[in-house]
Design a protein around this ligand. Structure first.
Ligand code: PXP
Length: 245
């Protein structure tokens, strides 16, 4: 059965919208684990648009499953990773203007730099995954730079509208997963996966983990809204005594 890594970045996005402390991604991580998540994923971005350094430090202390830190291959962020020591680092490309991680890493093109970064993380006992498009050359390159895992970017698959395109993207993911497995790499997948499109991918046996964020947090807002409104209504109806001055 594939594992589920829950990405709690967007809980932090909501918190940052008001600049306060609610909702706290730490609480979300604990609830996700209680509900059966096999891992917690966060992306510490250079611009700190959602997850903050404090979140990462505290998550390392409270996560009981596996903490997977997504990060750019950047020296300043790597320094933080080496201090915090998450269970796994997933190297992702990062551009300031993007809304989310838009494509996979060009591993072959920056192999020397990535290899050095992976070695540094390995020396600290951190497993490393690289986030790549389902491209056989990128899989081979990931193997050459000694990554432990690849995470296949499922964005193109998730965005297809036609059945034929979906089949093509599925096939590309299946072939990349197969090659990675043959080369001894662990295989996970993520990006844009939701309640409608994930089931099909569970038929690719080499994919042992799915990392999912946005759709789970978006659904949580909706399935939790009714209860949240009821609880506020109950407070208004209860007319509790005012606090003493
Ligand atoms: N995996 C990686 C490497 C990502 O960068 C992201 C987005 O942060 C995800 C998985 C989760 O994507 P989504 O939020 O679309 O489920």
């Amino acid at each position: 059965m594939p594992r589920l890594g829950v990405n709690v970045d967007h809980v932090a996005t909501l918190r940052q919208a008001r600049g306060g402390s609610d909702p706290d991604p730490l609480y979300a991580a604990m609830l996700a684990e209680l509900a059966g998540a096999d891992g917690i994923v966060v992306h510490l971005r250079e611009d700190r648009r959602h997850i903050q350094d404090r979140d990462l430090t505290l998550l390392k202390q409270i996560v009981r499953t596996k903490l997977n830190l997504e990060m750019a291959a950047d020296d300043a962020i790597a320094k933080i990773a080496l201090q915090v020591k998450p269970d796994m680092v997933t190297l992702v490309p990062e551009r300031r203007q993007e809304l989310t991680t838009e494509g996979g890493l060009a591993v072959h093109e920056q192999r020397e730099r990535l290899k050095t970064m992976i070695q540094l993380l390995h020396d600290a006992g951190i497993a490393v995954s690289v986030f790549i498009d389902p491209d056989l050359n990128q899989v081979r390159a990931a193997h050459k730079i000694h990554a432990d895992y690849i995470e296949l970017h499922t964005g193109r698959y998730a965005n297809t509208r036609r059945l034929k395109e979906e089949q093509q993207e599925y096939e590309a993911l299946a072939q990349a997963a197969k090659l990675a497995y043959k080369l001894g790499l662990g295989v996970s997948a993520g990006h844009g996966l939701n309640y409608h499109n994930v089931s099909h991918l569970t038929h690719i046996p080499e994919i042992v983990e799915f990392n999912i964020g946005h759709s789970i947090i978006a659904r949580a807002v909706l399935v939790g809204l009714e209860r949240a409104v009821r609880e506020m209504k109950a407070l208004l109806t209860a007319r509790l005594p005012a606090p003493r001055p």
